[in-house]
Write a protein that binds this ligand. Structure first.
Ligand SMILES: Cc1cc2nc3c(=O)[nH]c(=O)nc-3n(C[C@H](O)[C@H](O)[C@H](O)COP(=O)(O)O)c2cc1C
Length: 362
């Protein structure tokens, strides 16, 4: 039993966690009207509170940041009150929980926008996949290229959202900088062709991510801020001519903030790794540049997660789909119990079914 390193507590100046399991952020589209979290969401997270750290599903920082139906927000009074149910339920069970701050950028549609306006993006370049709207799947639209004023206002939205998260009782926030959403759209060449200080060179493409992080750190303190990145990610058609150079520059800058953690996503889709400029494995490559806690994620099972920590590739491992169907994943791991398989049909939307009704060992 003692050789199971995932079950060993993790203590640093920023963290005191009972184990090295992180529940990865998982969009489940089960918020109530007004994008407000409610008691069912509180139950779901409380069931998973034995994870060393929970990162919530992505939560939009503003109505403009919305890209899916029924995802929770973190910008209104009602949403803050709703999230309090979640944080209190998790803390009652001695869990720790960070809120993932999200702006989808161009991955939206006028039918999802409160004012019926165009989604925002770094440049007027259309998305690559259809967008699911209240009227069904729709062809993506050319986004509105953000002005400098709108960029500054959006940074302010991140700051307010982070302050709201603290007011709601979260232990911290994770800035969602991954998976082809707004921050990642600034980082990549097929979504950002700006010719001002937010586009062109690597420092310019990284400027938005760094400014958001800096502003959020200033507002709530670096110990309560993490960031998630997908250095070899090409979700929704974001491609990079120099992903290694871009993310090396960015990660070195981000690490200088002494954040709570940097969270990396491994490229698990085959199509990504066929492109020659992308790293097949990102965590070991970036590890030497990261002095703070490094969370790795995507595609891990217990064996590969153990290996990643034992070889010091990462400090913590985030599990996604396994946490959906195994609320007591940590206990199952420690007792070598069988895992319940997940049902993809109930990942997004609906009620308790496939959400809070997965069985516990006891
Ligand atoms: C249903 C579902 C929802 C997801 N939602 C988010 C999200 O809100 N934010 C995010 O950063 N990643 C999201 N992801 C990606 C996961 O956090 C994770 O990286 C992915 O599932 C791979 O890890 P796994 O192999 O352990 O499942 C989602 C994945 C799934 C399956």
């Amino acid at each position: 039993m003692s050789e199971k390193i995932l079950g060993v507590p993790y203590k640093t100046k920023h963290f005191d966690l009972p184990n090295r399991f992180v529940m990865a952020p998982l969009t489940r589209q089960r918020a109530a009207a007004g994008h407000v979290p409610h008691s069912l969401n509180a139950l779901y997270y409380a069931q998973r509170a034995s994870a060393g750290l929970i990162i919530t599903e992505a939560s939009q920082i503003s109505p403009r940041g919305l890209g899916y139906q029924n995802t929770p927000g973190i910008y209104s009074k009602e949403q803050i009150e709703g999230w309090k149910l979640v944080t209190e339920a998790v803390h009652d069970r001695k869990g720790k929980i960070f809120c993932q701050l999200w702006h989808v950028g161009r991955h939206s549609h006028p039918l999802l926008q409160e004012d019926g306006g165009l989604p925002f993006g770094p440049s007027e370049i259309v998305e690559t996949v259809p967008i699911t709207t209240p009227n069904g799947k729709m062809a993506p639209v050319v986004p509105h290229a953000m002005t400098i004023n709108e960029i500054n206002e959006t940074i302010e939205d991140y700051v307010r959202a982070a302050q709201n998260a603290i007011e709601a009782g979260f232990d911290g926030v994770e800035i969602h900088g991954a998976n082809g959403y707004l921050i990642d759209q600034f980082l990549n060449d097929t979504s950002n062709v700006r010719d001002d200080e937010y586009g062109g060179s690597i420092p310019n493409k990284c400027r938005f991510a760094i400014k958001v992080t800096s502003a959020v750190v200033e507002a709530i303190g670096s110990a309560r801020v993490g960031i998630r990145l997908s250095p070899s990610g090409t979700n929704f058609g974001v491609l990079n001519n120099d992903p290694v150079g871009t993310f090396k520059f960015l990660i070195e800058k981000l690490d200088a903030f002494d954040l709570a953690y940097i969270h990396l996503i491994e490229p698990v889709l085959k199509s990504i790794t066929d492109l020659p400029q992308y790293l097949r494995k990102v965590t070991p490559y970036f590890r030497p540049m990261i002095k703070t806690t490094l969370i790795t994620s995507a595609g891990y099972d217990f064996n590969s997660a153990e290996q990643a920590i034992k070889t010091d590739e990462a400090d913590l491992v985030a599990f996604g789909k396994m946490f959906i169907s195994n609320p007591d994943l940590v206990e199952r791991y420690l007792t070598d119990a069988e895992l319940t398989p997940f049902d993809v049909e109930t990942f997004y939307g609906g009620g308790a079914s496939g959400y809070t009704d997965y069985p516990f060992l006891k």
